[in-house]
Design a protein. Structure first.
Length: 94
């Protein structure tokens, strides 16, 4: 899953130095933008949580693969050592 949610930029917040009319207009616009922002943030949080779970699953699988590869490497080395000893013994070179 990809993170696709876009967060819409909020309008300018009201500033106490504005005239009362401008402050009221900015406050109305700003507060009206908050409920959609909450919806966008909640959607983004869901996508982040899902992607995080996906990353954790892949990290666990990678760690398991690493462990299995190391075990196979060690088994191959042990087998090679045993084969060399067996070959020497068979040739009477001990």
């Amino acid at each position: 899953m990809a993170i696709t949610q876009i967060i819409t930029q909020l309008p300018a917040a009201p500033d106490p130095s504005m005239s009362e009319e401008d402050f009221d207009a900015h406050a109305t616009e700003f507060t009206a933008a908050l409920p959609p922002l909450v919806t966008e943030i909640n959607a983004l949080a869901g996508q982040i949580n899902a992607e995080s779970a996906n990353v954790n699953t892949k990290a666990t699988a990678a760690a398991t693969s690493e462990t299995n590869a190391l075990a196979a490497k060690n088994a191959a080395a042990t087998s090679a050592t045993s084969d060399a000893k067996r070959n020497k013994a068979a040739a009477g070179l001990q």
